[in-house]
Design a protein around this ligand. Structure first.
Ligand code: ATP
Length: 387
């Protein structure tokens, strides 16, 4: 585990961190600009020294105020990827990668060939940084950080300087590295779309404090976090697998623990793991099974919690069986339908709300590979397929 329990006053920022993170997979640090995310990972890297507390990564104590332990930056075995690639302009791509390898410490577990393959760098090795696109430069920077054989990879908004197409190009590489190399990644971002695609664990940072920490889908599903995530973007995250495609209608059916979802066609084989983010504002509720509506995704459940917001809206959390789905509806509709905790309802999600741009489908980095994808049982009472 990674134990981060420390504080530091930085100008007006009172950084107070208290979280335990898993020692594998991607832990995202999410929060608004100025929340303290960079300061937090800089303390882990040894660039910022805490005033008190403790930082431990696995068995290694990086910082412990009480015992006076404060490992120098070089001794921490950290890989760091910044917003800008910071490559050496006079070195080729291969030269930049070799620089990482030369500075490696400890056992070499990350090999040159696997880094080149996973990050798609083979055809770039002889090129100079000025000759690369922004996305390619970031892939080289990630490769260089990995070849240092880090015990922890820190990534501070690594896509922030890229335009949308370059972001889309680099994201699958980051997903893949988290799956292929068994090292923890701390990933700083203020983009919920990126976080949803990449993270296993989510930490919300607000005004210098770590205000929520837990499994991504759990933290995303809690209405109290909506103001921190952004009211427009807040919603639920469902881990699914591809069931089948309908080529005539260009649709794909996904399966998850509580039923199925039909979405615009996605180019993945049946069995492939996929993560779907469903915004609360895209979910409607009905008291009986809607028969004559165009919406194809209809899932039964029970109201679990109703959280009225200031203004016209209420957040309704619906228990689908083993997962929850959040709906944002008006308080007026809530009253008109007489919704209470326990009320049976049908949730409805338009397929067109689940396109890859607005939602972000993703191969899940840490789930089973397509060949091993679990054959999820159907919940009794769940519809045989999205109808
Ligand atoms: N050494 C310092 N002295 C004074 N103030 C500092 C120092 N370091 C950081 N701060 C302040 O702390 C606040 C948080 O900065 P930080 O970069 O950690 O936030 P962030 O969440 O990463 O934001 P962004 O996404 O914009 O990078 C900022 O207001 C910054 O000015």
């Amino acid at each position: 585990m990674i134990e981060l329990n420390f504080g530091r006053k930085l100008g007006a920022l009172d950084l107070q961190v208290d979280v335990t993170l898993p020692s594998r997979g991607v832990s995202a640090l999410f929060g608004r600009s100025g929340a303290g995310k960079s300061s937090l990972i800089n303390a882990v890297a040894g660039i910022v020294r805490p005033d008190h507390g403790r930082i431990r990564v696995g068995e290694r104590v990086f910082y412990d105020h009480d015992s006076g332990t404060d490992l120098p930056i070089e001794a921490r075995g950290i890989g760091y990827v910044f917003q800008d690639a910071r490559l050496f302009p006079h070195l080729s791509v291969a030269g930049n990668l070799r620089y990482g390898l030369k500075r490696a410490r400890g056992t070499h577990t990350v090999g040159w060939d696997s880094v080149v393959e996973v990050l798609g760098l083979d055809h770039l090795l002889d090129r100079r940084p000025w000759n690369l696109s922004g996305g390619e430069r970031q892939r080289v920077a990630i490769g260089r950080a990995l070849l240092r054989q880090p015990s922890l990879l820190l990534m501070d908004e690594p896509l922030a300087s890229l335009d949308a197409p370059r972001k889309a190009e680099v994201l699958p590489y980051i997903e893949r590295l988290a799956r292929e190399f068994a090292l923890p990644v701390l990933y700083v971002s203020h983009s919920i779309e990126e976080v949803t695609r990449l993270a296993d664990h989510l930490v919300i940072v607000s005004e210098g404090r770590t205000v929520a920490s837990g499994e991504l889908s759990d933290i995303m599903s809690r209405p109290e976090h909506a103001p921190l995530i952004g009211r427009y973007e807040a919603g639920s995250v469902l881990d699914c697998t591809v069931l089948q495609h309908n080529d005539d209608y260009a649709l794909t059916t996904l399966r998850f623990a509580d039923g199925q979802l039909r979405v615009p066609r996605i180019d993945l084989d049946p069995g492939a793991p996929v993560r779907v983010r469903i915004r609360a504002r895209d979910v409607a509720l009905a008291l009986s099974r809607p028969m004559d509506v165009s919406i194809v995704n209809k899932l039964p459940g029970r109201v679990q919690q109703i959280t009225p917001r200031d203004g016209p809206y209420a957040d309704v959390t619906v228990d689908l069986g083993s997962r929850t789905l959040r709906a944002l509806i008006t308080r007026e509709s809530c009253d008109r339908l007489g919704l209470q905790p326990g009320t049976p309802v049908w949730t409805m999600v338009k397929s067109v709300a689940l396109d890859s741009r607005s939602v972000g489908f993703s191969r899940r980095p840490r789930s089973a590979s397509p060949a091993q994808a679990p054959d999820l049982p159907q919940k009794p009472g769940a519809p045989a397929e999205a109808d």
